[in-house]
Ligand binder design. Sequence first.
Ligand code: ATP
Ligand code: LTN
Length: 358
Amino acid sequence: MRDMATDRSSVTAGNTQPSGPARGTRPRVLSGIQPTSGSFHLGNYLGAVRQWVALQESHDAFYMVVDQHAITVPQDPAELRHNTRLSVAQLLAAGLDPERCTLFVQSHVPEHVQLGWIITCLTGFGEASRMTQFKDKSARHGSDRTSVGLFTYPMLMVADILLYQADEVPVGEDQRQHLELTRTLAERFNTTYGDTFTVPGAYILKETAKIYDLQEPSAKMSKSAATPKGLVSLLDEPKATAKKVRSAVTDTDTVIRFDREAKPGVSNLLSIYSTLTGTGIGELEQKYAGKGYGALKTDLAEVMVDFVTPFRERTQQYLDDPETLDSILAKGAEKARAVAAETLAQAYDRVGFLPAKH
Ligand code: ATP
Ligand code: LTN
């Protein structure tokens, strides 16, 4: 069940019909993930990547590893390069198929930064200052260690999306504000310069929009959590993952019932369990009626182990074959550039840049 029905209908109603790159009949999706850690976590997978895999069947899908976003905070160069390949390997292990989607690395397509500048010039300083992810991250890093890139990052994300004329953008709840900014700026550009960009909608699934920390079920599961105890990293030892699930914080009650407000810990476990197994929450509530939290956690730990064990193996197999990875990325970049270059040329023209004669 999508919770963005209103968003979607307004997208359809207010959508422009740009005369840009030739489009198939399938709607287009685009999304990105940062190579900022050694492993994806369960929130990344359930909130975003799982939807990417499903959407490649029905949509013209573009997915990228956003290394240029990653350097908005300091990165070790060798680690960044490794984590970029590792991210691609994990996306393939999760089920992305280069025959069914375009998979690429952001820095291989220079048009992102080029359109990013135009978008940056279209954004108000106050408007950019209201981005909550920037406020949170800059507060965490301190103003001396906060780069201007971290501030302008949402504008690069807007360019990422508009370059591909994406209809929908599958992300977690934490990206909703950036998607709203994308819609605002696409409309502003279209009004100012004439219809150019598709105004995209956020594709956010209600059940998995926000996966919570297992130790602090009021906070989003995040790689920057204060302690790793509540963070399920998909590449961790399966045994360690099972232990984290079994030690998840619940509450002093014993009843297994989905109630986000009163029972955030149990509700989070039920959401995860339900999504990974395809069992409805109501069915799970019935299955565990009178059984207590121990049984739920033990079974979910097993479900998690069954999920992460082959995921780790597949990731390692892809990682062991860098030539294949690089060739997938080269083809992906070529396909992505064909679309991005055409949109950028149109945007350059609309803005009034003098065409370069070669
Ligand atoms: P983190 O907070 O761990 O740094 P992030 O959102 O900053 O994650 P990415 O790793 O690029 O950065 O996130 C990739 C995708 O995963 C995004 O679509 C994001 O919305 C989604 N996502 C991240 N954490 C969660 C979560 N806890 N629940 C649901 N979706 C999430
Ligand atoms: N900002 C996102 C990553 C991201 C993205 C995008 C997502 C960069 N560009 C384009 C969707 C579409 C994040 O931090 N998770």
